[in-house]
Design a protein around this ligand. Sequence first.
Ligand code: ATP
Ligand code: MN
Length: 467
Amino acid sequence: METIRRIKIIDVLKREDYGSEVNVKGWVRTRRGSKSVHFIALNDGSTINNVQIVADADKFDDELIKLITTGACLSVTGELVQSVGSGQAVEIRAREIEVLGTCGSDYPMQKKGQSMEYMRTHAHMRLRTNTFGAVFRIRHNMAMAVHRYFHEHGFFYFHTPIITASDCEGAGQMFQVTTKNLYDLKKDDEGKIDYSDDFFGKTTSLTVSGQLEGELGATALGAIYTFGPTFRAENSNTPRHLAEFWMIEPEVAFNDIHDNMDLAEDFIKYCVRWALEHCQDDLAFLNKMIDKTLLERLNFVVENDFVRLPYTKGIEILEEAVKNGRKFEFPIYWGADLASEHERYLVEEYFKRPVILTDYPKEIKAFYMKMNDDGKTVRAMDVLFPQIGEIIGGSEREENYDKLMARIEELNIPMKDMWWYLDTRRFGTCPHSGFGLGFERLILFVTGMQNIRDVIPFPRTPKNAEF
Ligand code: ATP
Ligand code: MN
């Protein structure tokens, strides 16, 4: 028998050449049937949609049909026919069915409507479900949107190191990298571990951000972006934090904080628009099954301007709310770091749209942010989103060497490994700005999923590195 080239289900569903012979391969979602005919819903991951296979009972052995259980992998050859009731335009009348892989009765994704918690304990198999298929097709599309946006706007994709010796931002929340034998550590007279014989000859960690190296890229190439894994050992067991996540960090020479805000807003809108255009089937599914207001929210973000508001004004609004009886778990006062509940009040209840909060007190922001003339606030900008809270954190950078050094000394930041960063301020320094977008927070927003563990294939969180 001649073999026909396999076509993907996404392509077969678009065809109208009824009568042609086709071959599809995929995994069984469901099988139902009567004495005379079996209906098999087959999915190959190329689309959320299944193709319906119609198998006449008299053509196929009972023994074979018994193997066609949810989760089994099939190769089906047959005739493309116009469908009468499968919800799709076409179906396949099977001539030949080969079971490529049977599926044990303990297949963990057998039942519909399992809880997200249950699925997390089977993260290796949850990928086969409709929901996670949709999420990860969208995740892919968002990665494409990120690269296209920056490429179209003249940014260069700049690869910053994953292993780093600087811990300027992440003091205390970095994962150490070492090849030392932890059972036999050489120590000096004061009992401190000697790292001179470690792989890099000093202490090293996994990066918490590519920004510092990104600034070197921007002050040479003009405009760069990073897009890579970042690691934070913070023990924050929240629905919005991962220990390993992906961050996108554009950095642009000659941009001030206003340009930076324009970039952030334009970039996010581009990504959301991309999803609306390229992920229609998956978004429609998630809108139906996960969050009925998802599409409405995505369209709203694309169509409306973000509010731009100084931190000080934000605090006034929050204090006013408290005066009027609004209860928050954490206290609110000028100088406080905003909790997610405060951010979400501003976004979801007060303005009812995304908010870019600017000019934060210097005490709660990083050392490299540019000081305002008031000497109290810095040119920081956080983009706050409905359901998410902070999705972007960024700033205009302090480009003045003396001011930057003063801040470093004030904060007692160990600079021994940072001389190369300071060189940007010594050799042709320039105003520049950038920000970091947590890729998974963007995916949370775009998919309507509730927990960040469900938008990365294999999440890393405290006490969890299975799979
Ligand atoms: P948060 O206050 O939410 O913990 P942050 O202020 O520590 O975030 P930044 O250092 O500003 O975060 O990092 C830039 C962006 O990276 C954040 O706006 C967020 O989108 C994302 N991000 C930060 N930490 C995490 C994390 N642990 N897991 C996933 N995304 C994160
Ligand atoms: Mn931040």
